[in-house]
Design a protein around this ligand. Structure first.
Ligand code: ADP
Length: 372
């Protein structure tokens, strides 16, 4: 039989006890030419030649009987793509399965690796996102806590002078203060407490204006030494009761600064007040003015409770109160230093701090000299 003849031949699958057999025949010129091939024959004579090519491409052929029994070839265990052609389509006695394996196993592996990497990236993203959300939430909670502490601190700050005002005015009103001298003293106390209230209200208003960027500065030329001495004198007037005194030391050479009298006055008032407030066991506060190149430094030093190193940056934040202040019940609102830093920066200067717990603190305000 020649190759070309087979194409026009008849084909049939004949089931036998040893399995299906492919039968091909042709009748030409009164002669019957036939060919019978079972699966074994196919494997030995046809597929053996194809095998190297199929192996190099990672292709495997599997033939199965119509009842599903494997006749030839071995199906790969997993990870391969396959195509199936039924006997009715191929006109072979067997169902043909073609598996793409080898490289495809590699592809499966790389797909698996890619999938795992994708999952790892996703998990990392979820964890990072969770961390950021957690941080934001705890930050928000900390801010909310600071604000609520601030509200209660402000309420306490108001309550103390208001209680004094009520009691003092009631005593005076009911005529319970007999002597002229005593009455004068009570009026002074009334004045002191109302000044304290006024200052508190002003500092809250200024804080609000600073926060909204609406605080107006009226700059003028100020003699630094005279200005510091005057600020100390004003502050000292209200300190007779506490027994604290402030020692001032200024450079001989006079320095002129360009500043807003009112807001700079608030900065120094706050630093003096803190120095006194946080020095329960030392009744002296030192103020020193020095020229530093083209700048003027005003240092406010105390020998008070001091500030732990890990709090020294934080205490310049809004509403932040130090641990010593909270634990020892020293009153305050936590906005003084935040305002002081903002106001000094608006003057082109800076506030710095040196402190050691138990030994005291020095706050330095550095301001540029006029024309520097
Ligand atoms: P407060 O109203 O609490 O005094 P401030 O903003 O003025 O608010 O100060 C913030 C915190 O810095 C204070 O609560 C206190 O813990 C700390 N602090 C400020 N000045 C001093 C000081 N001279 N000595 C010790 N601690 C200070």
């Amino acid at each position: 039989m020649r190759d070309g003849d087979v194409l026009s031949t008849n084909r049939a699958s004949v089931p036998t006890s040893g399995g299906a057999v492919l039968l091909i025949w042709r009748i030409a010129a009164g002669e019957l030419h036939g060919f019978a091939a079972d699966a074994e024959y196919l494997e030995k004579h046809w597929l053996a030649e194809l095998k190297p090519l199929l192996d190099s491409r990672g292709v495997r052929l599997v033939l199965t009987n119509p009842d599903g029994r494997r006749v030839l070839g071995e199906a790969p265990s997993r990870g391969s793509r396959s195509a199936v052609r039924l006997a009715s389509v191929t006109q072979l006695p067997w169902t043909l399965q073609v598996f793409q394996s080898g490289d495809d196993g590699g592809a499966w592996q790389s797909r698996r690796t890619l999938l795992l990497a994708g999952i790892a990236v996703l998990v990392a993203l979820i964890l990072t996102g969770g961390w950021f959300i957690g941080r934001a939430v705890s930050h928000e909670m900390a801010v909310a806590q600071l604000q609520s502490d601030f509200v209660s601190a402000v309420s306490h700050e108001f309550r103390t002078p208001l209680t004094s005002l009520c009691q003092l005015s009631e005593l005076l009103m009911r005529g319970r203060v007999a002597g002229e001298q005593d009455r004068l003293q009570y009026y002074e106390l009334l004045h002191g407490e109302s000044q304290r209230l006024r200052r508190l209200v002003e500092s809250l208003l200024n804080f609000g204006r600073l926060e909204s960027g609406k605080l107006q500065f009226r700059f003028e030329e100020l003699d630094a030494a005279a200005f510091v001495r005057q600020s100390v004198a004003e502050f000292a007037k209200g300190q007779q009761a506490s027994g604290h005194r402030i020692e001032v030391e200024t450079d001989a050479a006079s320095s002129v600064i360009h500043g807003d009298r009112e807001t700079l006055g608030c900065v120094f008032w706050n630093l003096f007040e803190n120095a006194v407030k946080y020095s329960p066991d030392c009744d002296t506060v030192w103020v020193q003015l020095t020229r530093k190149g083209k700048q003027v430094e005003i240092a406010v030093r105390d020998r008070g409770v001091g500030i732990p190193r890990n709090e020294q940056r934080r205490i310049f934040g809004k509403f932040v109160r130090g641990s010593a202040a909270r634990e020892s019940g020293i009153r305050g609102t936590g906005i003084g230093l935040a305002m002081a830093r903002q106001i000094v920066r608006a003057h082109g200067g800076e506030v710095s701090l040196e402190s050691e717990p138990g030994k005291g603190s020095t706050f330095r305000v550095l301001l540029p000299e006029r024309g520097a």
